[in-house]
Design a protein around this ligand. Structure first.
Ligand code: PLP
Length: 399
């Protein structure tokens, strides 16, 4: 029997005592051959589900051709991916990295350099409490998780946090030292916090009025997750800098920072990284983009998203959830009590994978190709998991 801890792995998280060995579409299998319906999908990474045949083909073909020539040479998939992402986003240039945190670091470097050239004395980035921008030192400082401030002090300076969803708080925090405002269109790790519909438009106006940059972190919300290629496209707002990750490689590590012409200020020597723009990852991302840009693909996200919302609202009403919220295929169910981890564990026993980003909040982020049949299976399994946990709790309250 596997232990939750392995003596050879650093102890950074508690994992269930199984080894995941294989995936296909919305399903994962463990070393015992047990099948799970996967509504975690690598933390909103596997936009096309597990082992999609397009990506198997892309990885196989590209790895037989060229894995990496060095980032100091051009390669064909990188050139085409940059061109297609620029066209899709309305921005001007792209730079590729491997993780969301790295893309966000690059975005902040761009903003600081832009400020050095255009807004002398400015360097600070206004971010939001409860945000998640990654785990490098600077991104820990950018993310508004109070517990992180004490983990590995000191964190880099240069970030000012304000409450999420409050455009006036952002406006009040912007001053002569501000280079940029950086937010997620929906806070993902924070528990799928959806701001008011005009939040991004208001932030755009604040940025324009103050003459600072607007950075949108779409590492989680980008690449179709909310039913549009990029979540900000629901609001008709164009950022100056956009970061992507997770779904961009749909399981293969790649991230991107895209910038407007005026924010494209990197010069040789400013930024780098051994694997940036490597042909294996960029060939995969190109294939992902081709699939996601098909109109029927995003239609499925919106339609299945509505079904998912309906299921969660019905279950939420039955089991006394405090709130169901989300967009596209990124949803959360919040309870008044801290039951989420219990429900997640009960679901695992039943063969359903869920995530609990907060003690009272479940998060669901299925493959963007999830089907109505799989959603019906989710409904049945989640209902049983909720029943197990909430019924166990009921006698205590009812006694
Ligand atoms: C919005 C957002 N930004 C950045 C990150 C960090 O990405 P990575 O873990 O690839 O560094 C995440 C990861 O969950 C995220 O959700």
């Amino acid at each position: 029997m596997l232990d939750e801890r392995n003596p050879f792995l650093m102890n950074i998280c508690q994992r269930p005592p199984v080894v995941m060995t294989r995936g296909a579409g919305s399903y994962l299998w463990d070393h015992n051959g047990r099948r799970y319906l996967d509504f975690v999908q690598g933390w909103a990474v596997n936009a096309l589900g597990h082992a999609p045949e397009e990506l198997v083909r892309a990885v196989t073909a590209q790895s037989a051709l060229l894995l990496t020539p060095s980032p100091a040479f051009h390669n064909a998939p990188q050139l085409e991916l940059a061109q297609r992402l620029v066209a899709a986003s309305g921005l001007a240039t792209a730079h590729f990295a491997c993780t969301g945190a790295e893309a966000n670091e690059a975005a902040v470097k761009l903003a600081r350099k832009w400020a050095r050239l255009n807004r002398p004395g400015a360097f600070e980035v206004v971010t939001t409490w409860n945000a998640f921008h990654g785990r490098t030192f600077a991104m820990m400082a950018a993310s508004g998780k109070p517990a992180w401030d004490a983990l590995f002090p000191p964190l880099p300076a240069g970030f000012r946090r304000v409450p999420y969803g409050d455009a006036e708080a952002v406006a009040a925090a912007v001053d002569a030292q501000t280079a940029a405002i950086m937010v997620e269109p929906v806070q993902g790790e924070g528990g799928v916090v959806v701001p008011a519909a005009d939040y991004l438009q208001r932030l755009r106006r604040v940025a324009d009025a103050a003459g600072v940059l607007l950075i949108l972190d779409e590492v989680q919300t980008g690449m179709g997750r909310t039913g549009a290629l990029f979540a900000h496209q629901h609001h008709g707002v164009l950022p100056d800098i956009l970061t992507l990750g997770k779904g961009l490689g749909a399981g293969v590590p790649i991230s991107a920072v895209l910038a407007s012409r005026q924010a494209s200020v990197f010069a040789p020597g400013d930024q780098g990284g051994t694997y940036n723009g490597n042909p294996l990852a960029t060939a995969v991302a190109l294939e992902v983009l081709r699939v996601i840009e098909r109109p029927e693909f995003l239609r499925n996200v919106s339609e299945r998203g509505q079904e998912l919302e309906g299921i969660l609202r019905a279950l939420g009403a039955r089991f006394g959830a405090r709130e169901v919220r989300g967009r596209g295929l990124l949803y959360a169910m919040e309870f008044a009590e801290d039951v989420a981890e219990g429900v997640r564990d009960a679901a695992l026993e039943l063969g359903l994978l869920l995530n609990a980003p907060r003690p009272n909040t479940l998060r669901l982020m299925p493959s963007l190709r999830v089907t109505s049949e799989e959603l019906a299976e989710l409904r049945a399994l989640l209902s049983r998991a909720l029943e197990r946990v909430l019924r166990q709790r009921a006698p205590r309250g009812a006694a």
